[in-house]
Design a protein around this ligand. Structure first.
Ligand code: PMV
Length: 308
């Protein structure tokens, strides 16, 4: 039997804009998904059919990379589903990791690309930020220009992403979850539509790209005040792109008096927000009083771990 595990992620800056080829910065978090796989006489996922739509990422990972006999696959996840914390990326990476471990060949670079292709084909349109962060762990920055610590590169039409490792100081991040699961694919499609129709939305995409690079620099020099201001502005621009939600506004407003900054994270439309703070308990309490489910997350250095 093979076992693999991969972390969830938090996008600090750049969600949605990254799908257009703009920069984004994400960190792996200490919530993980585990996948177990062993040979079996029929295909099963958690005892159910591989054809079940809730296993779309697992099925695509199998179709793209496995030509062996049927498997029994089991998934155990600590990452809440559809809440912007990278549950689908983690299940994709961990499934690919378990399949690679069964084959006895784990090539992290190739696996990160395979994971992006799986997410792109299930979601319709995607960027490599989620799957790469889950695969490599620590913090990952995607940008157009080549810097130090390049992990890998990919092009899709006129979009080009160069993935790099980033090193961030230890921070306190508090997540507020709306409990509303909003699928990423339709939100990404709606943003594309808006950008094609509205020049202000196209400007917002470009500004988010600039914010990401400034935000990365602020984090690198430990300037959390500036990092927080940039988070707040990024949040405003994401609202302009139409991916906000009244509950996210409520939680962001509750968190801000105790935080350097707060913004939605991931696809939005529900899902989660997070705050950067030096008083995590105050932020957690404030979000819970506003009706959210809040938890403190730590950044995670370990990416994919897989063993036969
Ligand atoms: O909400 P999540 O975890 O699916 O994150 C989506 C991030 C987007 O930028 C909106 C899409 C992408 O593929 O980068």
């Amino acid at each position: 039997m093979a076992r693999a595990s991969a972390p969830g992620k938090l996008i600090l800056y750049g969600e949605h804009a990254v799908v257009f080829g703009e920069p984004a910065l994400a960190t792996a978090i200490d919530l993980r998904t585990e996948v177990y796989a062993r040979l079996h006489d029929e295909w099963l996922v958690d005892g159910a059919s591989l054809q079940d739509s809730k296993y779309a990422y697992v099925r695509r990972a199998v179709e793209n990379t496995w030509d062996g006999p049927p498997l029994w696959i089991e998934i155990r996840s600590m990452i809440p589903l559809g809440c912007g914390l990278g549950s689908s990326a983690a299940v994709t990476v961990a499934t690919l990791g378990a399949l690679a471990a069964l084959k006895g060949r784990i090539d992290i670079g190739a696996l990160a690309k395979d994971a992006f292709e799986v997410e792109q084909s299930v979601q319709g349109r995607a960027s490599p930020i989620d799957t790469s962060t889950s695969c490599h762990g620590s913090a990952v920055v995607v940008r157009r220009q080549e810097g130090e610590d390049v992990l890998w590169a990919i092009e899709k039409g006129d979009r080009r992403w160069l993935l790099h490792h980033a090193s961030l100081p230890t921070t306190n991040l508090v997540v507020g979850n709306t409990g509303i699961a909003a699928p990423t694919g339709p939100l990404v499609a709606a943003v594309k539509d808006r950008v094609e129709r509205d020049p202000r939305a196209a400007d917002a995409i470009r500004e988010i790209g600039e914010i990401t690079i400034d935000g990365l620099r602020a984090f690198e020099r430990g300037d959390f005040v500036r990092a927080g201001e940039l988070m707040d502005r990024d949040h405003e621009l994401l609202n302009l792109l139409g991916v906000g939600h009244p509950l996210l506004e409520k939680f962001v407003a509750a968190a801000r008096p105790h935080a350097f900054g707060a913004k939605l994270t991931g696809a939005g439309g529900g899902g989660s927000m997070f705050a950067l703070t030096d008083d995590p308990e105050a932020v957690r309490t404030a979000i819970e009083r506003a009706g959210g489910k809040a938890f403190v997350v730590a950044t995670e250095s370990k990416g994919l771990e897989a063993a036969p």
